[in-house]
Design a protein around this ligand. Structure first.
Ligand SMILES: NC(=O)c1ccc[n+]([C@@H]2O[C@H](COP(=O)([O-])OP(=O)(O)OC[C@H]3O[C@@H](n4cnc5c(N)ncnc54)[C@H](O)[C@@H]3O)[C@@H](O)[C@H]2O)c1
Length: 253
């Protein structure tokens, strides 16, 4: 990273799980991090990063609230004059007893809730932030898909799988449009990563799922943060419109 320039990186869902791992990584790499979450635990998360001597500002907002998102983007622009990296990480995956609910039992309200947070909110964030990146002639967008957006995953509901596959198609279109402006857009498709989201389900279910991972363990939020840091770096300008699978080898099986 250019030491004369402190880049500004926003991470949604940074209050815990993978988002916190990403925020920590980027802050340690020298970014001014905007840590966004609807849960006010993000205040403590940002304070912990700051106590290590790094830069993190917490913003409590629901990314499905378009007016709040627009205000956040305007506030970041007013305060820092730049918006360099956007990591659309926040996501939800409501389950019934840790299981995938049959699509025949999925209500339209359940579908809309997951699509709203996992896909539409990311679209709105990209649409609102990209003009600021374009203005500065540089930007990096990283959208969190999932192995469930790439292939059939037996724990993933239809709403979740559709949103995560949609993230990949959406990112491709964004990447093509912003490419002439020094902006890249890519997806990460994690396999199983340690987080509150994967603590759902029984111990037997979790052990069975680990048994299917070739490297023999669940991945860590920091390992996803590592890939985000790589995609966000100055030297990754030729890497756009793609998906990086991070899953301990599961996808090849
Ligand atoms: N953990 C995994 O195994 C795994 C695998 C593949 C993909 N993913 C994806 O990675 C991302 C992070 O997953 P995680 O496991 O860390 O989940 P998590 O549930 O542990 O954390 C998600 C964070 O997002 C926040 N959030 C949820 N809805 C929000 C909203 N509307 N506005 C603002 N913040 C909101 C939550 O408060 C929480 O802090 C998600 O998009 C998820 O789908 C996770």
């Amino acid at each position: 990273m250019n030491t004369k320039l402190q880049r500004v990186a926003a991470v949604t869902g940074a209050g815990g799980g993978i988002g916190l791992g990403i925020a920590q990584r980027l802050a340690r790499a020298g970014y001014q991090v905007i840590a966004i979450d609807r849960d006010d635990k993000v205040n403590a998360a940002a304070a912990a990063i700051a106590s290590e001597g790094h830069q993190a500002q917490a913003v409590v907002l629901d990314i499905a609230d378009e007016a709040a998102v627009k205000k956040m983007v305007a506030d970041v622009d007013a305060r820092y004059g730049r918006f360099d990296v956007l990591v659309n990480n926040a996501g939800i995956h409501p389950k019934v007893n840790g299981e995938r609910n049959s699509f025949l039992k999925m209500t339209t309200a359940q579908w809309n809730e997951v699509l709203g947070v996992n896909l539409t909110a990311a679209f709105v964030l990209c649409r609102e932030v990209a003009p600021l990146m374009q203005r500065n002639g540089w930007g990096r967008i990283v959208n969190m898909s999932s192995r469930a957006g790439r292939t059939l995953v037996d724990t993933a509901g239809i709403h979740y799988a559709a949103a995560k596959a949609g993230m990949i198609g959406m990112t491709r279109v964004i990447a093509a449009e912003v490419a002439p402006h020094g902006i890249t857009a890519n997806c990460i498709a994690p396999g199983r990563i340690v987080s509150p989201m994967t603590e759902q389900g029984s111990a037997e279910q979790r052990a069975m799922l680990v048994g299917r991972i070739p490297v023999g363990r669940i991945g860590t939020p920091d390992e996803i943060g590592h890939v985000v840091e790589f995609l966000a770096s100055e030297d990754s300008g030729y890497l756009t419109g793609t998906v990086i699978d991070v899953n301990g080898g599961t996808f090849m099986c």
